[in-house]
Design a protein around this ligand. Structure first.
Ligand SMILES: NC(=O)c1ccc[n+]([C@@H]2O[C@H](COP(=O)([O-])OP(=O)(O)OC[C@H]3O[C@@H](n4cnc5c(N)ncnc54)[C@H](OP(=O)(O)O)[C@@H]3O)[C@@H](O)[C@H]2O)c1
Ligand SMILES: [Zn+2]
Ligand SMILES: [Zn+2]
Length: 338
């Protein structure tokens, strides 16, 4: 099969021929039909995120058809349309026992991170990780649910976004579009921050009540103005550069939650006095649980959340997708169709 392989930090991804995996006991083989590029791919390439595993097939937003089943998996699953849950927890650590597989102390697999992922014609995953997709969501449209929407569902839950909260989504990209919609569904009022007008237009169409153009306006001042001086109850940081973190911190309300979803090479600098006086919380979120993936699929299937796809490319044109992502030219996801 053909696969797009990662060879470590600052090495280009390469299209290569590999053995098609054979599904082991309890696993099934998925013929990948759509796998989208997440910004995290760029962190792997720059070396900012280095999990020490190479060579590796990246891709953690994966949709396809079940082609074969391993021992012990019902043959009736062949032909099923599925989306992949990318974590495989140990099932026994305190985090797994609570359902927080994303925090597992002894992960068995993490597809597209330390285990082969979806930028390939086939991927073998545990049967439990292949979540059935209802009809009515096209493959390309479904792929960004795998991280884009699930991360939003998880982040909004952890930040306890609730009725009447003012929520800032700082970074109007793919995960940001998910957050705008999920925050709205939880009863919040949303301000989207970005630089590219076309992305802010999409954020507005998806439910952001106000949009702020970073660079053209002072972000924190505008957030204060829109919220009548209160500031944001929750800021989701999807960019996290020195400049955006400073603005995010200044935009935060009393008891506000500054939630890191994204990261850059820059470190956070915030004076504890601000946190003390305002009783503010700084936190991070990672990934999602299997239950949250199922919730995310349901949200999209019922039309309450939309994914945004900029373009669909054949596998061999992966570099075009990566370049467009790195240049900020994508409005939503680029999806590879192996
Ligand atoms: N924690 C997790 O589990 C998790 C999951 C998925 C992704 N992530 C991380 O979350 C971040 C976002 O991911 P994504 O896939 O949504 O990325 P993305 O699609 O590239 O979206 C990020 C957006 O931020 C905007 N932006 C960049 N610099 C900005 C600035 N200075 N001011 C305002 N907006 C700015 C860009 O749009 P403009 O053109 O408007 O600048 C870009 O579209 C990445 O760091 C990614 O690695 C984390
Ligand atoms: Zn991702
Ligand atoms: Zn575990």
């Amino acid at each position: 099969m053909r696969a797009v392989r990662y060879h470590g930090p600052r090495q280009p991804l390469r299209l290569e021929e590999l053995e098609t995996p054979t599904p082991g006991p309890g696993d099934l083989l998925v013929r990948v039909t759509a796998a989208s590029l997440c910004h995290t791919e760029l962190h792997f390439l720059s070396g900012l995120l280095n999990l020490g595993v190479a060579p590796l097939t990246l891709g953690h937003e994966i949709v396809g058809r079940v082609e074969r089943v391993g021992e012990g998996v019902p043959p009736g699953r062949v032909g099923e349309r599925v989306i992949v849950y990318y974590y495989e927890g140990c099932g026994r650590c305190p985090h797994c026992l609570r359902g927080d597989e994303n925090l597992c102390d002894a992960l068995r697999a993490e597809h597209g991170f330390v285990t082969d992922g979806g930028f390939a014609e086939y991927v073998s995953v545990p049967a439990r990780n292949a979540v059935p997709l209802p009809d009515g969501i096209a493959d390309a449209e479904a792929a960004p649910i795998g991280c884009g929407v699930t991360t939003a569902v998880h982040a909004a839950a952890l930040a306890q976004v609730g009725l009447g909260d003012w929520v800032v989504v700082y970074g109007a990209g793919a995960v940001g579009f998910g957050l705008v919609q999920v925050a709205r569904l939880r009863g919040a009022r949303v301000i989207a921050v970005g630089r590219t007008p076309a992305k802010l237009d999409v954020a507005r169409a998806l439910g952001a009540e106000a949009v702020v153009r970073a660079g053209a306006e002072d972000v924190a001042d505008r957030v204060r103005a829109v919220t009548a001086g209160r500031g944001a109850d929750v800021v989701f940081e999807l960019v996290a550069t020195r400049e955006t973190m400073a603005a995010s911190a200044r935009a935060l309300a009393k008891r506000g939650r500054l939630v890191f979803v994204g990261y850059s090479e820059d470190a956070l600098e915030i004076h504890p006095i601000q946190l003390v006086v305002g009783e503010q919380i700084v936190t991070g979120v990672v990934g999602n649980t299997l239950a949250e993936l199922e919730e995310a699929v349901e949200l999209v299937a019922t039309g309450r959340v939309k994914t945004v796809v900029d373009r669909v490319l054949p596998l061999e044109r992966f570099q075009e997708g990566l370049d467009a992502l790195a240049a900020g030219r994508l409005v939503g996801r680029a999806v590879l169709a192996p």
